[in-house]
Design a protein around this ligand. Sequence first.
Ligand code: UDP
Ligand code: MG
Length: 309
Amino acid sequence: MKLLSVIVPCYNEEENVPFFYEEFIKNEAFFKEKEIEWELVYVDDGSKDGTALEAKKLHQKDGRVHLLSFSRNFGKEAAMYAGLNRAKGDYVVLMDADLQDPPSLLPEMLSYMEQGYDSVATRRVSRKGEPPIRSFFARMFYRLMKRISKTEIMDGARDYRMMTRQMVDAILEMKEYNRFTKGIFGWVGFQTKWLEYENVERKKGETKWNFWKLLLYSIEGITAFSTVPLSFAAVMGVLFCVLAFILILFIVIRTLIFGDPVSGWPSLVCIISLISGVQLFCLGIVGQYLAKTYMEVKKRPIYLLKEEV
Ligand code: UDP
Ligand code: MG
């Protein structure tokens, strides 16, 4: 018998917790037939509502449901890491609590795993129901990442992914504090089968990600999986040196021919402002990497548990 661990990070999802269980259990007949045992691990990421309570109720009803509770909100990345750490299964799958990752895909995923794939990943081919601005920036982000990072990060990829024990162990080896799981999946490699599906809107409650949070998350992704922005600072430096050299030549020659050494005061101010702007921008890039390095060096735990059921 094989064991399937299902990890569900939850932050204020009290309505979705029982709902998810009901949808998930619809696959029971299939699991029986394939002789697959399962465990369902809800990771309560410091919810302020009854998420943990709902999960405990389910645990009393069905011993295969488990709960990990954090001492505060550590973010979805930490919740996924905790879940993977706790999972005992031969196969492990990560799923959102809001049913945007349809449990009806599980049988198909399992069949591919049995064919020998190390991982079955999913990606949305549409972003129906999402604000257009959000979709636009998301696309820009993936396009940028494709250019500046060697790690493959798929456009529209979800965290909904089934993996073998071996791949999970590889992911757990990556103990970085600033986590960007979409990149980590690509980084560890292994043979992956991609399934595509149309976007499904969340069942209950609201998304936990606003524009600002997503922007910070994208910076996380860039700094974690590319150092190209750092070289950008160097390239800008060289460009401006060349430009300055040409300007010096121009001014010296002009002064030698026409005299009048003090004209050009406004243009000087413009140039100084421009260059200080570029310098501060580049310093900011370096600062981003420094800040991430600082957090890594502290080696703080990725999450803290309050309770385990
Ligand atoms: N989530 C979490 N911690 C957080 C934010 C979100 O565990 O700090 C969970 C959330 O409960 C859900 C999943 O991550 O199960 C995806 O979140 P959401 O549906 O809000 O994101 P979206 O689908 O809009 O990208
Ligand atoms: Mg969602």
